[in-house]
Ligand binder design. Structure first.
Ligand code: NAD
Ligand code: UFG
Length: 347
């Protein structure tokens, strides 16, 4: 049984990946300081898979704590690094919080990996590194652009740091995964995305509006050059994303990488407009959504969707869930989590 360290493993994408890894018989060890998640997620993972992942409440910015942890887990075959702060607006207000957390966390992580001989790193990157696309669909060869936010910059700098570390250390290998727009939740409704405060992202705003926590959804702009005028994104089911991480880890452990540092886009290859997401939600939930069209949101790009050929071929992975699957599972989660919150205050 191969041991995999998952940083940020109680978070949204991390928890789904832990489940997917356990289902493929990996032993998972989670590191998370719970700044944006709850330890109850460990219980939920156990309820889904029947296996309790080991959990260490460590802040990645604390070098000594992380070193002590790695001393115990130097036999791990790979690290999947999800742990980061991710609120774009907050990062503009508090850039140093983001640089300290996301960059120092990665520096400490790679230091410890090198010291204790853990040689395979998977990094959570983002399509945000492409900025406004030169051409669509976005392939991994599209140029990256200056980041629009400190958060986005931590992803770009993270990728660059990894590239340099790989060059300097012949035994160290890494894969960056550039996620497009992850939405949806596990079919059990036991794990999912639980944003703190008012959501910035579309899907949680839709489900929170439908359940009555928000008055109305504001649709940002209907004057884009798209089929219905609203902006286009490549939404991907978080369970598909989790599967891609399992394949990525397998590629690394089985030494199938074609270069010591590789980059893959993770999307479906299909763009959907904001209104299409709303229509899908209304269809799968049977609820009418209260929404209103307003002006564009600053910093939004018109269209983004991935070319998925490289991930399809090299990771032997393809997203299989539809937009309807995504909106249905998000709604299932929203309803269940509100129930769960009443029982035991989930967050
Ligand atoms: P999340 O906030 O749900 O999960 C991140 C986890 O990291 C949280 O559980 C948090 O408590 C933990 N964490 C943060 N700082 C830490 C620290 N210093 N030490 C230990 N733990 C720490 O977010 P997510 O949506 O699951 O995102 C996971 C990763 O994917 C992040 O790196 C994020 O930037 C990246 N990503 C997310 C999206 C998205 O839309 N969700 C898109 C692209 C990339
Ligand atoms: N949208 C609305 N109303 C809302 C929220 C979003 O109309 O209340 C629209 C946005 O304008 C956009 C689409 O829905 O057209 C998707 O918005 P999200 O905020 O869900 O996703 P983004 O593509 O804007 O954000 C993603 C990631 C971020 C990343 C960012 C940068 O979630 O982590 O891309 O490109 F930083």
């Amino acid at each position: 049984m191969h041991k995999i360290i998952v940083t940020g493993g109680t978070g949204y994408i991390g928890s789904h990946t832990v489940v997917a890894l356990q289902e493929k018989n990996y032993e998972v060890v989670i590191v998370d300081n719970l700044v944006n998640s709850s330890e109850k997620t460990v219980d939920r993972i156990e309820e889904i898979t029947g296996i309790r992942p080991a959990f260490f409440p460590i802040d990645m910015t604390h070098q000594e704590g992380l070193r002590k942890f790695f001393r115990l887990h130097a036999d791990a075959k790979a690290v999947i690094h999800f742990a980061a702060l991710k609120a774009v607006g907050e990062s503009v207000q508090q850039p140093l919080l983001y640089y300290r957390n996301n960059m120092l966390g990665m520096i400490n992580l790679m230091d410890a990996m090198l010291e204790f001989g853990v040689q395979n790193l998977v990094f959570s990157s983002s399509a945000t590194v492409y900025g406004t696309p030169d051409s669509l669909p976005l392939t991994e060869k599209n140029s990256t652009k200056p980041a629009l936010s400190p958060y986005g910059n931590t992803k770009k700098i993270g990728e660059d740091m990894i590239e340099d570390v790989v060059k300097a250390n012949p035994d160290f290998r890494a894969i960056s995964l550039r996620y497009f727009n992850p939405i949806g939740a596990h079919k059990s409704g036991k794990i999912g995305e639980l944003p703190s405060g008012i959501p910035n992202n579309l899907m949680p705003f839709i489900t929170q509006t439908a359940i009555g926590l928000r008055k109305e959804l504001l649709v940002f702009g209907d004057d884009y050059d798209t089929p219905d005028g609203t902006a286009v994104r490549d939404y991907i089911h978080v369970v598909d994303l989790a599967e891609a991480h399992v394949k990525t880890v397998g590629r690394m452990i089985n030494q199938q990488q074609k270069a010591d540092y590789e980059i893959f886009n993770l999307g479906t290859g299909k763009g959907s407009t904001v209104l299409e997401v709303i229509k899908s939600f209304e269809k799968t939930s049977g609820k009418k959504l209260n929404y209103r069209i307003v002006g564009r949101r600053d910093g939004d790009v018109e269209q983004m969707y991935a070319a998925t050929d490289l991930a399809n071929q090299e990771l032997n992975w393809k997203a299989k869930y539809s937009l309807d699957d995504m909106t249905a599972s998000s709604w299932n989660w929203e309803q269940k989590v509100r129930g769960l919150e009443e029982q035991d205050s989930f967050n």
